[in-house]
Design a protein around this ligand. Structure first.
Ligand code: FES
Ligand code: FES
Length: 160
């Protein structure tokens, strides 16, 4: 079947099987390798992408379920040369160890900050509670998201 998606702001068209999962279309056909394959059961958060701004597990979605929607992956947020403030803050806090969980964490944190630019630590913890990290113990990730939020707020105030 023909599938239209907007991926990281770019309209794309794919030919997919009706049973194709979103994670497979993103990784294998769209080239979005930041989308990680972990548990494939909705438990680890590694495959999280934003669907119209909302974080969802791409391993649980048929690609056809999100036809016509806007998908954001980490490739759409920044690059090593021009990182998003969340990326910078995670690295600075030492929250990136093996890195496997990080793309999903970034996207859930982005969705939180888009909705609530001034979250509490409890808000961040709640936003990230679907993400398993076997390396960091989460404390540094929460600290990093709070730091990124402060930087983004300061940037907006500076731009006024
Ligand atoms: S791979 Fe999708 S939630 Fe674990
Ligand atoms: S940094 Fe290794 S799983 Fe999170």
């Amino acid at each position: 079947m023909r599938l239209e998606l907007t991926i990281n702001g770019v309209p794309r068209v794919f030919e997919v099987a009706p049973e194709a999962l979103l994670i497979d279309v993103l990784r294998e056909q769209a080239g979005c390798r930041s989308v990680k394959r972990g548990c494939e059961a909705g438990d680890c958060g590694a495959c999280t992408v934003l669907v119209d701004g909302r974080p969802l597990a791409s391993c649980l979605l048929l690609a056809g379920q999100v036809a016509g929607r806007s998908i954001t992956t980490v490739e759409g947020l920044g690059t090593p040369e021009r990182p998003h403030p969340l990326m910078t803050a995670l690295v600075e806090a030492g929250a990136v160890q093996c890195g496997f969980c990080i793309p999903g964490v970034i996207l859930s944190a982005k969705a939180l900050l888009d909705e609530n630019p001034n979250p509490t630590a409890a808000d961040v913890r709640q936003a990230l509670d679907g993400h398993l990290c076997r390396c960091t113990g989460y404390v540094k990730q929460i600290e990093a998201v709070l730091n990124a939020a402060a930087r983004l707020r300061a940037g907006k105030e500076g731009a006024r």
